[in-house]
Ligand binder design. Structure first.
Ligand code: SAM
Length: 204
């Protein structure tokens, strides 16, 4: 059995705790270290399927606040504890935008979204970088002032451009590689805390 096919500590823990995926422990560590999500928050989970981050947010909120999840693929089967609305589709599509308009803006946006990979490292890094840029633009449309944000990034692209942009938009920007990220993976998370107030447009 290869290392990858052997269920690891986090896979077994996720199974035992009833989570859809081991990636839940990445968000758990981000939450423990940054207190991204607070009781009563309205959270948007971008790239939510199969649903472990959504499950984690719902458990954390304990019925106070709500979670909206969006993904190209459906959620897995789990019992949602608390208020959940799921939108299936491309988050950048008009249909998803129209649906989101009924639920946003959000206090927190979390994104573990990843493009489908081709196996070509250069192409995959480019695609994931483009996706992160798109997610940041998209999130700035839906995030309240004071709101918090995290996004998955793959090392190897122009990540400093993304973190520099985030520094303009958030009071604090942190970078974290949670313990649950597999050793061979190039992924890490950027976290933006406290979205800055937008300057008023003088022409309005
Ligand atoms: C690693 S998975 C997310 C796992 C999830 N955080 C969990 O814990 O269950 C990445 C997801 O991003 C989604 N995704 C990628 N691009 C997307 C897009 N443009 N719109 C919606 N979902 C997208 C994929 O369909 C995939 O399900």
């Amino acid at each position: 059995m290869s290392n990858r096919s052997r269920p690891d500590f986090y896979t077994q823990k996720a199974k035992k705790e009833g989570y859809m995926a081991r990636s839940v422990y990445k968000l758990e560590e981000i939450q423990n270290k940054t207190k991204l999500i607070k009781s009563g928050d309205r959270v948007l989970d971008v790239g939510a399927s199969p649903g472990s981050w959504t499950q984690y947010c719902l458990r954390l909120l304990k019925g106070k606040g709500m979670v909206v999840g969006a993904d190209l693929k459906p959620l897995g089967q789990f019992k949602a504890r608390g208020e959940l609305h799921f939108i299936q589709g491309d988050v950048f599509s008009d249909a998803v935008r129209d649906d989101l308009a009924q639920w946003g803006p959000f206090d927190v946006i979390v994104s573990d979204a990843a493009p489908s990979t081709t196996g070509n490292r250069l192409m995959d890094t480019r695609r994931s970088y483009d996706l992160v840029e798109q997610i940041l633009d998209f999130s700035l449309l839906w995030l309240k002032p004071g709101g918090n944000f995290t996004v998955k990034v793959f090392q190897g692209g122009d990540e400093t451009e993304i973190s520099d942009r985030m520094k303009q938009e958030f009071d604090q920007v942190k970078k974290l590689k949670p313990k649950a990220v597999r050793k061979e993976s190039f992924e890490y998370y950027l976290i933006g805390l406290g979205r800055k107030e937008q300057p008023q447009d003088e022409s309005e």
